[in-house]
Design a protein around this ligand. Sequence first.
Ligand code: ADP
Length: 271
Amino acid sequence: YRAVATNLWDENQSILGTMIVVENIGEEQNEKTRHAEFVSSVAHELKTPMSGIKAYVEMLLDGDCDEQEAQELYGFMNDQIDRLTRLVNSMLNLARIESGVIEIKRHDHELNDILKTAADVIAPNAAEKDITFITELSDLYLPVHVDNDMLGQAIINLLSNAVKYTPNGHEVRLRSRMEDASAVIEIRDTGMGIPENSLPHIFDRFYRVPENNSSAAGTGLGLALVHFIVTNVHNGSISVQSKVNEGTSFNITIPLGHQEKKKVRQVASPV
Ligand code: ADP
């Protein structure tokens, strides 16, 4: 709270009383703190690759390196510039969706169609790592009222993480089922898992599990975007379960669409 006290005087300069205005600034302060924290994490994330590039440029300017060393430095710089580009693209994507600049286009869709499209995008990445990619989609018609591009993007993010954080030769599974009045999507892998103390932070912007990211490229923004798309855009929910060295499972729940519930009943109870 913020209290501002003002003395009130009459025309003879004698004090009439004191007016105290009490304002609840808790929310405003929270918002400011969150904003300041966000700006400082963005700055930090941008600084790391930039100081890398600067160091490489300085080495090249010094002129002490031979042709082969120079080629190597150009390669490092290229990687850092890719990282900057990924960061900026992810931030723009998240900001556009959160601020409503991107129009949300929710229409009636069949969930399994969206999942099949996402699976087709990821299948080559899985094949490249010899990962067995299994899709087990519900036989039921799962009507949802969603923005198919956004929900598809969320599923792709989760599948691509599953492939990225799972060693070669392991398994990734995409499942769908109906539960009560909702459709449930499960993305499960048999990969490196997420330590218990990291699980509460996993959807935070820029959070990356320190143990998992020695080599994998990323921004720590993917899951923040998934969370926003599922909860804010589609009134759904998302949860995660994980065991280190055993694997991770993300579960998304999306409310089923209205008018087609009739169709579901027809399919579910044909007799
Ligand atoms: P990133 O760009 O780093 O992949 P994300 O926001 O998508 O960012 O994920 C945040 C962090 O969560 C990752 O850096 C990784 O440490 C961890 N993570 C995400 N998905 C998985 C998974 N399927 N298995 C293990 N760790 C994961």
